[in-house]
Ligand binder design. Structure first.
Ligand SMILES: [Zn+2]
Ligand SMILES: [Zn+2]
Length: 366
């Protein structure tokens, strides 16, 4: 079938909007009519080259939609189901899945980072040439063919533009707090960076009962947003950030520090803001070639713990419905997270707005 989608032809190029051919779903695959797709920084990493990927490709990896058709061997889903997509389609059987770490499943990494479906081929063609699917989803498109493993059915009373955000930012942020870190009531949390992920770390800390939630961002306009999501303090990042945080944490530093941007300098600051025996959680993705200078002696002497958090250590099929139940119960603020809606033709504008930083999360609505 013919579909309209955003296409990226190479590093440094703008997103272009054009018509592509989308093949029918293969075994274990679904055709989904996209309802919404979030504007996440990870797609921008394709534009800057921070993430290596074959071109041309259709970006988009934070999507929700409605199943229109199913391929052979599809077992769990049927046409009409509302689904949220995940970019880590776990198998359920490998070493990691058997150890409760489905976010690290070893079966999806190669095809997903190769830009194909799980069987190593593509369903998209642009001007007669095979075209790659970002994260096996390619959700900046009217329709997408995706693996059944990439989709979780959800309750139908959640608006799909809200549900889409659970596919990346909400899971990554809230999961980092409740699963990767395991923050407990009364503990102190510092959040470095108040973008889509950082705001969800803040609300994850609220859910966990953190006593103090100190948010830092280099954009002072983020203060109102950070406080709206539950930050108890806001510090504009600058030369004095470390002193300001120490003052708020009895001179010790925080029990948990979350780095949500992926900048080596912020990761290094994060270690210094972590109290002895406390935990620094790295959530933001830095450029693959950018090293971070974290002092080994400092880590050993002060018993500090450094943890990586990928996809919030969640199990997508268990946690997407859980997070949406929390939203419907009024315990997760996803309404204020969708600060701006765009049409697909406004996608370049949407990314410019994300980069200038005044939005919580933009969403392309189809
Ligand atoms: Zn994302
Ligand atoms: Zn697996």
């Amino acid at each position: 079938m013919k579909i309209q989608a955003a296409i990226l032809e190479g590093v440094g190029q703008p997103f272009i909007l054009d018509e592509l051919d989308l093949a029918e779903p293969g075994p274990g695959e679904l055709l989904v009519r996209m309802a919404a797709s979030g504007v996440c920084h990870s797609d921008w990493h394709l534009v800057t080259g921070a993430t290596k990927h074959p071109f041309p490709l259709v970006p988009g990896h934070e999507g929700a939609g409605i199943v229109m058709d199913v391929g052979p061997e599809v077992k769990r889903l049927q046409p009409g189901d509302h689904v949220v997509m995940n970019w880590a389609p776990d198998c359920g059987y490998c070493f990691y899945c058997q150890h409760g770490q489905t976010n690290l499943c070893e079966t999806f990494t190669r095809p997903i980072w190769g830009g194909t479906m799980l069987d190593g081929t593509t369903r998209l063609q642009y001007r007669g040439k095979p075209t790659y699917h970002f994260c096996g989803l390619a959700s900046f498109a009217e329709y997408a063919v995706v693996s059944e493993r990439s989709c979780t059915p959800i309750r139908r009373d959640v608006p799909l533009p809200i549900a889409a955000l659970v596919g990346c930012a909400v899971s990554t942020g809230v999961g980092a707090v409740i699963y990767t870190a395991g923050v407990r009531p009364g503990e102190t949390v510092v959040v470095l960076g108040c973008g889509g992920v950082g705001l969800n770390i803040i609300q994850g800390a609220v859910l966990s009962g953190a006593a103090a939630i100190i948010a830092l961002d280099n954009n002072p306009h983020k203060e109102a947003l950070a406080r709206q999501f539950g930050a108890t303090h806001f510090i504009p990042s600058g030369a004095n950030s470390r002193g300001d945080v120490l003052e708020l944490t009895s001179g010790r530093g925080a029990d948990y520090v979350f780095e949500a941007v992926g900048l080596p300098a912020l990761q290094e600051l994060g270690l210094r803001l972590t109290r002895p025996g406390g935990t620094l959680v790295l959530v933001g993705l830095s450029h693959v070639k950018e090293p971070t200078n974290l002092s080994g002696a400092f880590i050993a002497r002060q018993g500090k713990i450094i943890k990586g958090s990928y996809y919030g250590s969640i199990n997508t099929h268990r946690d997407f419905p859980l997070l949406l139940d929390l939203y419907m119960a009024g315990k997760l603020n996803l309404d204020s997270l969708v600060s701006q809606q765009y049409t697909l033709s406004q996608i370049n504008e949407a990314y410019q707005a994300m980069l200038t930083g005044d939005v919580a999360r933009g969403v392309v609505v189809f």
